[in-house]
Design a protein around this ligand. Structure first.
Ligand SMILES: Nc1ncnc2c1ncn2[C@@H]1O[C@H](COP(=O)(O)OP(=O)(O)OP(=O)(O)O)[C@@H](O)[C@H]1O
Ligand SMILES: [Mg+2]
Length: 361
């Protein structure tokens, strides 16, 4: 699938602009702070309903304005899809082919996108939150049941945590099993879909990593080991785990077990990546995971997602830059960089220069 065009009005530093993209390589280039990342962000936002940079939508609206309007037209297997978003201080209204959607679940899955920026190093370096966020955004695009189960799980979890702080212990002990039955039902869906996803991602990431490092390094991603078995088994096991730990959870005032505490085990040549990888190794591992994500989407839906590479070229050495570009054959790629990269010469590239929140024509 590929995005044909993108229209931005009062989005970040853009007043009004229309981008025409090619199905292959698109390079957004220009000096720092001109609006390259802003454009890439808008694309990802229309695909997933989430910004890769912020959770505060208000930041997306141009300073001094009350609303941002963005839209894009995408060509995919099932024809054209138009997605638009009207973003204000008070919320947003998203439309797919002109029809207003009320839930983000209805947006996901229309246009698949993979976003990579230097910030993605956090996927390796930071705590488990970042890795769960990656899983959630990626799997939600592929699976509506996952997105729905995750939303419900989080809602019930919040209620459970509030209940744990209640002083009326009789009420707490009486209510917990009721909440937990619901909670575990959704937890099992989330855990299973994650395990399924990781089993697909892991060999693809190992392959991409071997490609980027010429086979010099081995990347292994392992899921939570406790998630073996069917959905029913997972549900039962988690329910027992929660039931056996009421006292602990009440004492702490929050729920200790469950998918909200999941992590991924990432090792490079056998050493834990978070604690031992160098900057370059971290970057390469993060990139390998993202390239693997591209292929997971391709395998799941039969067509490539849109690949957005924000500012990654300058961070890679020349051989890796070349290899990365080599991997973009056959899929729409939107790359931002400060100057039109030499590795991109000779290729059929749609170059767009950005200056001060507008295309320099
Ligand atoms: N809501 C907003 N209203 C107005 N301007 C904004 C808003 N949000 C961000 N900006 C401005 O947009 C400008 C461009 O940001 P962007 O991150 O797209 O730059 P860039 O071209 O990717 O630069 P770099 O090469 O440094 O990554 C910044 O100067 C920033 O202050
Ligand atoms: Mg940028």
């Amino acid at each position: 699938m590929y995005i044909k065009n993108l229209v931005l009005k009062n989005f970040r530093n853009y007043g009004g602009e229309k981008f025409e993209f090619s199905p292959g390589l698109n390079v957004l280039f220009g000096k720092n702070a001109q609006g390259k990342t802003n454009c890439a962000e808008a694309v990802f936002y229309l695909c997933t309903g989430t910004s890769p940079r912020t959770r505060r939508e208000k930041q997306l609206v141009k300073s001094g304005e009350t609303a941002a309007d963005i839209s894009c037209v995408c060509e995919g297997r099932y024809g054209e899809v138009e997605i638009s978003a009207h973003i204000t201080d008070g919320g947003r209204e998203v439309k797919v082919n002109g029809n207003k959607i009320t839930r983000n679940a209805d947006l996901m899955g229309n246009i698949f996108a993979v976003f990579f920026s230097p910030q993605e190093l956090r996927l390796i370096q930071d705590g488990p939150d970042e890795r769960r966020r990656f899983l959630n955004v990626s799997i939600s695009q592929l699976s509506r049941p996952y997105f729905v189960a995750l939303s419900r799980y989080n809602k019930i979890l919040e209620q459970r945590n509030n209940l744990l702080k209640n002083r009326d212990l009789d009420l707490v002990f009486e209510t917990l099993p009721v909440w937990d039955a619901q909670l575990c039902k959704y937890a099992a869906v989330v855990a299973q879909k994650r395990a399924e996803y990781i089993s697909k991602l892991s060999p693809l990431a190992a392959e991409a990593h071997a490609y980027l490092t010429d086979g010099a390094e081995e990347l292994i991603i392992s899921p939570e080991k406790r998630y073996k078995g069917s959905e029913e088994e997972l549900e039962k096991r988690l329910f027992d785990e929660l039931s056996n730990n009421y006292d602990r959870d009440i004492r702490l005032g929050y729920t200790v077990s469950g998918p909200h505490r999941d992590d991924l085990d990432i090792t490079i040549n056998g050493a834990d990546a978070k604690n031992f990888a160098s900057q370059g190794q971290t970057r390469t591992a993060a990139l390998a995971i993202k390239l693997a994500e591209v292929n997971v989407f391709k395998d799941a839906c039969g067509e490539y997602p849109v690949l957005i590479l924000d500012d990654v070229m300058s961070e890679l050495d020349l051989p890796r830059r070349k290899k990365l570009v080599g991997r973009t054959d056959g899929l729409q790629t939107i790359i931002t960089c400060t100057h039109a990269e030499r590795v991109l010469y000779g290729r059929n590239v749609n170059k767009i220069m950005i200056e001060g929140g507008a295309i320099k024509r």
